[in-house]
Design a protein around this ligand. Structure first.
Ligand SMILES: C[S@@+](CC[C@H](N)C(=O)[O-])C[C@H]1O[C@@H](n2cnc3c(N)ncnc32)[C@H](O)[C@@H]1O
Length: 200
């Protein structure tokens, strides 16, 4: 099974589908604050899954903003359309984010929730994301748990996500530097991972 097939089958799994708890909402609000996402922002959400964050982003950027939610899995996109497809400031696109093609400097923020480990060519993807960011934009990688737990979870899950991981921080620093991104905020503890970067 390939990765999109794996995620198709996960669309109703608790980790992908169940609405966020109040604690998760609070954590995500802190992440979105750290990313500087505010009303009127144009936001790209790679790996939107079933659209739980898409809804939050839509509310946060408001009618003057825009959320482009992208996912490789047709099953996830179907769920996302059900949840967020009616929101006027949301556009949902199916495909690998690396292959969609956006205008340079289009987005004020790119927010990757629980997707970065799944990018097969992280170097190439970061360069692309950097290209699509406005000069004063932010790129955020966020997870509800830290890299230690997350990397172990993927290893134990096996299948096509077995090797998907957040690289050790020195490797991340190198990847971001090569992509022309400066890491501003960084925190990696068992209760969450947050990295916010800006164009150099
Ligand atoms: C762990 S899930 C997280 C979903 C959602 N962000 C959330 O937190 O509930 C990862 C998602 O990323 C998607 N994905 C993986 N690689 C992708 C890629 N290259 N482009 C777009 N989506 C991708 C998967 O299909 C899956 O829906």
């Amino acid at each position: 099974m390939d990765k999109s097939g794996y995620f198709d089958r996960s669309r109703k799994d608790e980790w992908a589908f169940t609405p966020y708890t109040p604690e998760e909402h609070a954590k995500l609000d802190r992440f979105l604050d750290a990313a500087g996402i505010s009303p009127g922002a144009k936001v790209l959400e790679p790996g939107c899954g079933t659209g739980r964050l898409t809804e939050k982003l839509s509310a946060r950027v408001g009618p003057a903003g825009e959320v482009v939610a992208v996912d490789i899995s047709s099953g996830m996109v179907e769920e996302c359309r059900r949840r967020a497809g009616g929101l006027p400031n949301v556009r949902i696109v199916q495909g690998p984010v690396e292959e969609i093609g956006f205008p340079p400097h289009h987005f004020d923020a790119i927010f990757c929730l629980c997707v970065f480990p799944h990018f097969d060519d992280k170097r190439k993807t970061l360069r692309l994301l950097r290209e699509w960011l406005a000069p004063a934009g932010s790129l955020t990688l966020a997870h509800l748990e830290g890299s230690r737990i997350l990397n172990r979870m993927h290893r134990e899950t096996g299948g096509p996500v077995k090797g998907d991981r957040i690289p050790p921080h020195p490797e991340m620093q190198e990847l971001f530097r090569e992509a022309g991104l400066r890491i501003g905020r960084f925190r990696d503890e068992d209760d969450g991972y947050l990295l916010v970067a800006y164009p150099d």
